[in-house]
Design a protein around this ligand. Structure first.
Ligand code: 5GP
Length: 194
């Protein structure tokens, strides 16, 4: 997605060879018009499948799952990172190791909102080590729902996430794929239009 690549080049802060900060338009302050455009792009890529729900993980995937849900006209669910007292019902859960926070946590969703009748599109802001998305894929499979695929806004293609997901038989589409980066420079994987 050209407009996204341009914004990453113009506003992304490359903190190291592995960490990209995009707080001015994606992760802290959110450009709402761009978020809606991202949602429409996910709908364009995956919309030929009868998706019933979009799934993400709190917090930074929420605006993109909502945008994709609006574009596909379906609800979205966000997995919770801590089991809240309000989540008293039965849950599906999976352990995740956080790349940015370097700690383990559990993600859960209520069994009320996902089941064998669903066809799910998973979306998230970043694909890095893949740990968060593998956790969501495992939850979808445990629920008996069908997985349509995974859509990521930014993929750091030099990390192992895509390989892990593909090894699980998951179709992955990312809107900006970073081949390599270093402070002041970012190179994208050029791809054919889907
Ligand atoms: P993963 O499980 O694929 O390693 O990454 C999980 C989460 O870590 C992503 O959803 C994202 O929120 C965060 N993350 C991973 N790499 C980056 C990065 O380079 N920049 C930012 N801002 N977040 C990242």
């Amino acid at each position: 997605m050209k407009v996204l690549q341009e914004r990453i080049r113009e506003e992304g802060l490359i903190l190291s060879n592995t960490v990209l900060k995009v707080d001015s338009f994606l992760n802290h302050q959110v450009d709402t018009r761009l978020a809606l455009e991202i949602g429409r792009e996910f709908a364009r890529i995956f919309g030929d499948r009868p998706i019933t729900k979009v799934l993400t993980i709190e917090a930074s995937g929420i605006q993109f799952a909502m945008a994709a849900g609006i574009a596909l006209d379906v609800p979205f669910i966000y997995a919770k990172k801590k089991k809240a007292v309000t989540l008293a019902e039965k849950v599906y859960s999976a352990p995740v190791y956080s790349f940015t926070r370097q700690e383990n946590y559990q993600v859960s969703i209520s069994q009320k909102y996902l089941g064998p009748e669903d066809k799910v599109l998973i979306v998230d802001d970043f694909l890095a080590t893949g740990a968060a998305l593998v956790g969501l894929v495992d939850i979808v499979r445990a629920s008996g729902a069908e997985l349509a695929g995974v859509g990521c806004v930014i993929e750091k293609s030099f990390q192992e996430g895509r390989g892990l997901l593909e090894a699980k038989g998951v179709e992955v589409h990312s809107l900006a794929r970073i081949a390599s980066m270093s402070p002041g420079e970012v190179c994208f994987v050029e791809e054919a239009v889907v």
